[in-house]
Design a protein around this ligand. Sequence first.
Ligand SMILES: [Zn+2]
Ligand SMILES: [Zn+2]
Ligand SMILES: [Zn+2]
Ligand SMILES: [Zn+2]
Ligand SMILES: [Zn+2]
Ligand SMILES: [Zn+2]
Ligand SMILES: [Zn+2]
Length: 569
Amino acid sequence: MMGDHGYSDDDEDVYVSDDDGDISGVDDCDDDYDDNRDEFQAVDVSIDTGPSSKVITKESLLAAQREDLVRIMDLLSVKEHHARALLMHYGWDVEKVLAVLVEHGNEELFAAAGVKVVEHDDGPSSLQFSPTVFCYICYDDVSATEVTTMDCGHCFCNDCWTNHFIVKINEGQSRSITCMAHKCGAICDEANIRCLVGARDSDLAKKFDRFLLESYIEDNKRVKWCPSVPHCGNAIRIEVDELCEVECACGLQFCFGCSSEAHSPCSCLMWKLWSKKCHDESMTANWITVHTKPCPSCHKPVEKNGGCNLVRCICKRTFCWHCGGQTHDFFGCGRYKDKDVEMDTQSAKRDLERYMHYYNRYKAHTDSFKLEQKMKKTMHDKINTLYESDSSSKDFSWITNGLNRLFRSRRILSYSYPFAFYIFGNQLFKEDMKKKKQRYEEEEGEKKKKRQKYEEEKKKNKQLEDDMKKDRTIKQDLFEDQQQQFEANVEKLSMYLEEKFESYSEDKFKGWKMRTIALSVTTDNLGRNLYEFIETDLLGCIKGADHKIAPYKSKGVEKASEHHSSLGI
Ligand SMILES: [Zn+2]
Ligand SMILES: [Zn+2]
Ligand SMILES: [Zn+2]
Ligand SMILES: [Zn+2]
Ligand SMILES: [Zn+2]
Ligand SMILES: [Zn+2]
Ligand SMILES: [Zn+2]
């Protein structure tokens, strides 16, 4: 009967009581419920596979980096600084390094990363017999014990090397400090740098090590700092190539693509545009510019109420709505130019109304999400009450599952509004075109050719936009049908979970349980269907443009698991 205990994923075991070991065998609810739960579990478990993201803490960062370094050092028999230079160049992608090696061979691999592995004679050289060495940097004879020879074979005095390293570290070039010899360009051995710099300035040597360590995150496509503020100190490494959302050990959920809050089903670009819009087009400011004009004498905004274009300010000044003139007997007012302004105002008003429609709904769901977070605590108390009662079943994981289903669905719902705002509007195409235009302007080349290329792109874009428009209405209808159905279920789920079920009679409680489980499953399915429609029917049509979204996760944003080093460091 162990299986009866129900699954609980990480964020769901908050409610499993301490005595749950005793109750695993006590589950005599009838078969109907078991069937229901089985269905519930089957749906929830089958979707997601193993962990695809890992937390790298401050402590494990060094080990995580060393793992990759050691792999390359072993496979290519190179020194640590060469392995590091290679990995930095290839974005810490070990597989990529190996692929280049297989396809192009050693030499090309090293050359591309600027790595010079110079074979030089390590046998007895004249150095070891002569008591002094001439340094070609400072033009001095230096004792043979005061010089350092790098891999490339170049030998200079320790003072000169140290000065060189300090300058490079301070210039922020720790990651690729090269030899001082003219045209050499070989990357210097980290151990030598650490040792020489450390002898003069131990803080700077530490800084050097930190720079090297941070390269693992900053040059790595699969690793990102957690964007928490204040910073939790962690980075996240993903094991998959597709765009995803992750949860750091500190509890913050974020989009791996753009490091802002998890925003699926909005694409990163949509989310960027939306946050910007919400931020700088503070709605009141926009409303004021659309609906009012400043009074020419006191400069307070004045609203036009009637059809008459001569408006009166509270300071008693009257002025013409169109031109700001003092009298109604305006000569030449209402010329072509004024009409143009009128048109702009009209379209600005329309745009604003459209934005408000989506913004209000987005905001309402975001607010509900925050309010519903409080249910975590009340639900916990309610479940405890149930444990203490003599109810026949002691497994309440399905309640928590329902609550988590509500949280996840609520989030999707709120982000589905900015998504709709962009996918059924023109802004995305405008934005895309703006970017392309910028790119052509930046590009070098003949003006005429550039112009031609740009016009071609514009035509293509227009075609795309027209195609989109053609069936936009149909698609918008279909999308809204699904979105509204999803929304209705989310609201219903919220209602069910707020019921005073802890005081229900056994029969009523059983009924409530069935309703809740069934609704959770339906909501999950509706969410998945909505995503499928978004991915195939809506985003599938705008080819070329980068609008990938993090996929639907029935079990919510995945928590990154702790990184465990295979090296045992
Ligand atoms: Zn010197
Ligand atoms: Zn050299
Ligand atoms: Zn974090
Ligand atoms: Zn993003
Ligand atoms: Zn006034
Ligand atoms: Zn009038
Ligand atoms: Zn006028």
